[in-house]
Design a protein around this ligand. Sequence first.
Ligand code: HEC
Ligand code: HEC
Ligand code: HEC
Ligand code: HEC
Ligand code: HEC
Length: 241
Amino acid sequence: MKKPANSSETSSKGGSLRSILDLIPWVDFESVARVGIFFFIGLVGASIVGWVIFPMVLYSKQPQPINFSHVVHLDSEKVDGVEGETKAEKCLYCHLFYEDGTFGGIPKLESCIECHDDPESPQGESPGEQAFLTDYVAEEKEVPWLVYSKQPDCVYFSHIPHVKMAKLECATCHGKHSETDKLPLYEENRLTGYSRNIWGKRLSGMYFKKEPYDRMKMDDCAECHTKKGRKENNACFVCHK
Ligand code: HEC
Ligand code: HEC
Ligand code: HEC
Ligand code: HEC
Ligand code: HEC
């Protein structure tokens, strides 16, 4: 591209950088700068839409039916009776494995009423417990918990090889959930119907993984299998039976 005729005039005012640039006559630096600014504005705009607005619209948010505090229930000063020497053993008191190796998942009402057996006499004084007693214990109704880590139906995942055989800690995959006092909102992808925790909290997490437990995508499952020398588990039919 040819430079406009008046450009040497501007360059004499523009100082020494400008005269250096004029030594490269075939590039129109003013247009480049102008295009650059518009490109930059476009980039910022697209990023705001892509990283802030799109995720806000993409996910619907729902509160859990009642609050449940892991902090309270793992604190032996407040709750006596969740047995186990270590914290990990305490998890298994509620999240137990049955004899046949299947995982109990979220505890059923029957585990709760070992302590919360009388709707008329609460264990503590919190309004949360009162709601639990009136709405569920008295009605003998299961709490319809929303599962943050719920995988698509086509994915096969079993806890026993991971927890019992590979001896992985719960936190490797679930992060700090057992330190929650107040349950986070459950977020669901409007397009796929999947929990947001599967693809990660941050959209950028789709490309850059920051925390080991930030998400549980297909690649993350496979990455750990490879690291642990379990590449044979990365055939499609192993996870998609
Ligand atoms: C007194 C029973 C109890 C104990 C003890 C307990 N949990 Fe839970 N856990 C629950 C209940 C009830 C829920 C459902 C509400 C929620 O999401 O927190 C739950 C949910 C979870 C979830 C969420 C699963 C999902 O994806 O939605 C994880 C992860 C979890 N527990 C891990 C742990 C770990 C790790 C420990 C031990 C450090 C532990 N729990 C100890 C009762 C318990
Ligand atoms: C080993 C006894 C025990 C078991 C089992 C138990 N709880 Fe509790 N829970 C307590 C005690 C004691 C308190 C009162 C603690 C306080 O307020 O100091 C409590 C408090 C609560 C509260 C109010 C505080 C909070 O977590 O937000 C809720 C709700 C609750 N329990 C629900 C449950 C549910 C649901 C289950 C079954 C998954 C369950 N509990 C199992 C003993 C137990
Ligand atoms: C290797 C990763 C991994 C480890 C380690 C792990 N989990 Fe999970 N957990 C998952 C995945 C993935 C799901 C979702 C499974 C599905 O939807 O089929 C899940 C689901 C759950 C659920 C909800 C299950 C339901 O359907 O109700 C609970 C509760 C839970 N895990 C607790 C635990 C506890 C407690 C431990 C430690 C004893 C643990 N997990 C260890 C990956 C893991
Ligand atoms: C942090 C490491 C880790 C992560 C993350 C992980 N796995 Fe695994 N997985 C293992 C190891 C180790 C084994 C081998 C356990 C053994 O048999 O000793 C295994 C075994 C398996 C098996 C074969 C055992 C069986 O049940 O038939 C399946 C299937 C599997 N994993 C699915 C998954 C899926 C799906 C995910 C993601 C949602 C996942 N894994 C995430 C470490 C991991
Ligand atoms: C180690 C376990 C694992 C293996 C091996 C695996 N997948 Fe997956 N796959 C998953 C998990 C977990 C998801 C859900 C999370 C996601 O979308 O990343 C998934 C999701 C998918 C989906 C999207 C399903 C939906 O409903 O959105 C397709 C399609 C798929 N896998 C195909 C394959 C094919 C083809 C292979 C073999 C090349 C394969 N997978 C191997 C774990 C696995």
